[in-house]
Ligand binder design. Structure first.
Ligand code: FE2
Length: 394
């Protein structure tokens, strides 16, 4: 028997739930927005997007689809990377002024998260920052259709919305079944306009989603299947996808891997990499996937020994032959492969190179340890542990 074969190991029988929206996966899924808006009773749609996605042409295709279905719409494109609390609040006010009753989000994770924020505030009122944490949303959002245009975020299927608290320079995580979209239209064609670095960062984000979901304290047999398949698809296709951006088969594999990772982490939650990346990304306004990639190896190193059998299964899903190695050699091989993928696709920054100084580490750790994602990290870190990991990544 293979030493990591799970056939004869006990399965987890603790209570677990699994939530997923309706999603359509495949070429031209984006063009179904109008039909779904109609089905959901749309009278007027707020289309949330950003200038880059408008330039790429995807927003126009989605609004054409709304027009063809006879659904009036208005655009809201005041969304930054790492969407800000104030952008959510302005969007919610605009939604009300325009008399919308449905939201269509076309874009990457920032756009989708901003759209979720607008939805939350438009029915629950108050400030978006007051909904931080788990299950704080009492009233359902308006119907939400998501058309993701990056292969990583999975906000289109997840119970997460991440918003930048600009006053405190930290990202907050809103985790609730209420922010799962009504439908996700997941179209690999939209990935073809991503530049190589965006492909790299969003792909690494998806890989981290799958890895953190698999080792999470809240994982289940349902999430494990998706997490391992996400790891397999992304680790074996991300480098080629960055090198051959027009190859739709590779884009499809990354989009599918991202979806698998999204289904896993939406239900199993995440861990230390995301807790630390949220703190870092809010502090320095860096791309989310880049933050994850800079931290992943060090958090895996910290966690490895509490659940080595899970990390070995991750290594196998990455296609590594670990037979005959000592445990420390296996660990080094897995961590080196993670680093190899990140470097090959052009992510070779350090925290220090991104402007983080030693004096910032304490403040970063204070915020990371309060992030809801830390709860499901397989090893419970103290603040000092988090500081050490940030210092290693400097
Ligand atoms: Fe992420």
């Amino acid at each position: 028997m293979n030493e990591t074969d799970s056939t004869h190991t006990a399965i987890n029988l603790e209570l677990r739930k699994f939530v997923a929206p309706e999603f359509i996966f495949g070429i031209d899924a984006r063009k179904l927005a109008g039909r779904y808006a109609q089905q959901l009773g749309g009278r007027k749609a707020l289309v949330v997007t950003d200038s880059g996605v408008i330039k790429s042409g995807w927003t126009l295709e989605v609004t054409n689809s709304l027009e063809n279905a006879g659904i009036p719409f208005t655009l809201y494109s005041d969304v930054s990377p790492n969407p800000r609390d104030k952008e959510v609040m302005r969007g919610a006010a605009f939604y009300q002024e325009e008399g919308c009753n449905l939201i269509v989000a076309v874009g990457g994770g920032s756009v989708l998260d901003c759209a979720k924020g607008i939805g939350i505030v438009s029915t629950n009122k108050g400030n978006i920052l007051s909904y931080e944490g788990v299950d704080q949303i009492k009233v359902p959002m308006p119907p939400l259709i998501c058309v993701p245009t990056t292969g990583g975020t999975s906000a289109d299927v997840s119970q997460f919305a991440i918003i930048n608290n600009t006053g405190e320079l930290v990202k907050i995580a809103i985790i609730s079944k209420a922010v799962v979209p009504d439908v996700a239209l997941i179209d690999p064609v939209t990935l073809t306009t991503m530049d190589p670095y965006l492909t790299a960062c969003t792909g690494m984000d998806a890989l981290v989603h799958a890895i953190e979901a698999f080792v999470s304290n809240a994982s289940s047999p349902f999430t494990d299947v998706h997490a391992l398949e996400g790891i397999r698809l992304i680790s074996s296709n991300l480098v080629s996808s960055v090198q051959m951006p027009d190859n739709i088969d590779l884009r499809g594999k990354i989009m599918l891997g991202s979806l698998e990772a999204g289904l896993a982490f939406s239900n199993a939650s995440l861990g230390g990499v995301h807790a630390m990346a949220h703190s870092l990304g809010g502090f320095k306004d860096l791309p989310h996937g880049e933050c994850n990639a800079m931290l992943l190896r060090f958090v895996m190193d910290f966690n490895f020994n509490v659940t080595p059998e899970k990390y070995l299964r991750i290594g196998e899903a990455m296609g590594l032959d670990l037979r005959g190695m000592t445990m420390s050699h296996k660990k080094a091989t897995i961590l080196n492969q993670i680093e190899h993928i990140a470097r090959t696709i052009g992510i070779n920054k350090t925290l220090g190179g991104s402007g983080v100084r030693s004096v910032d580490v304490s403040q970063l750790a204070t915020k990371a340890i309060q992030d809801p994602c830390i709860v499901t990290n397989p090893r419970h870190p103290k603040k000092r542990d988090i500081e050490v990991i940030y210092e290693e990544a400097l």
